[in-house]
Write a new protein. Structure first.
Length: 347
């Protein structure tokens, strides 16, 4: 995505299907509709289309919405977002596209970035776009998705998956996480964080959707792991042992590890790595510290260790990440200004 002298906002086209969830339909408009550049110009343009000529589209609520664009709008998209629908019919039941949906998707240009929210992933799967690739969806549908499309590597635990040109998210509110991630990927952490603040949602949620799966209600007197996480966040620059985190909650390592995964969806080690990656990203974007210093401050110890972790998490080196996002450019949201870098396809 580029913003040259002839400013053209990145066009996000949201595909509204019958049976859609109004909340999910509104997520892309809310998140992508906020960021502006230093001159007050929107960084994104968001339009909604259906697979039919302009007209009403049913929702899962007691009202319909009127969509003003037909499927030809997909041909103008830089990014297409497909929210969930409860009326996917053969797409959900048999894994095949309907004729009108296939005709609509034929408008897509090569290289268009594609994203799905919740069961919107079934559309991408039925189109054969996820074969051999990782994807996620709402945890309640993950097994069904895997059985219907065995060529897909379904991960039921994460909030979203970024596989470069195709991104998929878990259910409902995970669409917020996904869209914020795309803003962060396009324009850096500062811009995404400001969008999150304006939307009154966390800029980044810890763990995965495993923490939301229905489980037996725990003993109210059973200790949690909040204190240990807060303790660790204040000491990311230091070596942190699992037994030290467990000690903050007066728990055995075994009990602490089990409870930690129940609450966050990931292991303590995975969580620590995630926090250190986020810390490194922030420092790379907002400071002129050397890579060696950032590696120490983020708790990776050495530049080589940080390079390996950033490469695994983002698909780029620390130097490449800084070059992409730490520039003198600014973006504004709601009248304020925030520094941000250029844009790139981080993986």
């Amino acid at each position: 995505m580029s913003q040259g002298r002839d400013h053209r906002p990145h066009r996000v086209v949201v595909l509204a299907l019958d049976g859609l969830l109004p909340f999910e339909l509104g997520i892309p408009h809310r998140i992508f509709g906020r960021p502006k550049d230093a001159r007050g110009r929107h960084l994104y343009e968001v339009v909604t289309c259906s697979i039919r000529p302009p007209g009403p589209v049913r929702t899962d609520a007691d009202f319909s919405i009127t969509v003003e664009h037909g499927p030809e709008a997909l041909a103008t998209a830089d990014t297409v977002v497909i929210p969930a629908s409860y009326e996917l019919g053969p797409v959900f039941e048999e894994g095949v596209l309907t004729d009108d949906l296939a005709a609509a998707l034929a408008h897509l240009r090569p290289g268009t970035r594609l994203a799905s929210i919740c069961t919107g992933v079934y559309v991408l799967a039925a189109a054969g776009l996820l074969d051999g690739r990782p994807a996620t969806t709402h945890w309640a549908e993950a097994d069904h998705l895997q059985q219907l499309f065995p060529k897909i590597d379904v991960d039921p635990d994460v909030l979203f998956i970024d596989d470069g040109d195709i991104l998929t998210s878990a259910g409902v509110a995970a669409g917020l996480d996904l869209c914020l991630h795309m803003v962060r990927r396009d324009h850096g952490t500062a811009v995404a964080n400001e969008v999150a603040r304006r939307t009154v949602v966390p800029p980044h949620r810890d763990g995965g959707q495993a923490q939301y799966i229905e489980r037996p209600v725990p003993d109210p007197q059973q200790a949690g792991t909040t204190t240990a996480r807060a303790w660790a966040l204040g000491r990311l620059h230091q070596p942190i042992q699992l037994r030290d985190m467990a000690a903050q909650e007066a728990m055995s390592v075994r009990s602490f590890t089990r409870r930690f995964r129940e609450e966050t969806g990931v292991s303590p080690g995975q969580w620590l790595t995630q926090q250190r990656v986020e810390r490194a990203r922030h420092l790379l974007e907002t400071t002129s510290l050397s890579v060696d210093q950032i590696a120490r401050d983020a708790g990776f110890g050495t530049a080589q260790s940080m390079r390996q972790h950033l490469q695994a998490a983002l698909g780029v080196t620390p130097t490449a990440y800084r070059r992409t996002f730490r520039t003198e450019n600014t973006a504004t949201i709601g009248g304020g200004s925030e520094s941000h870098g250029g844009v790139g396809a981080l993986r």
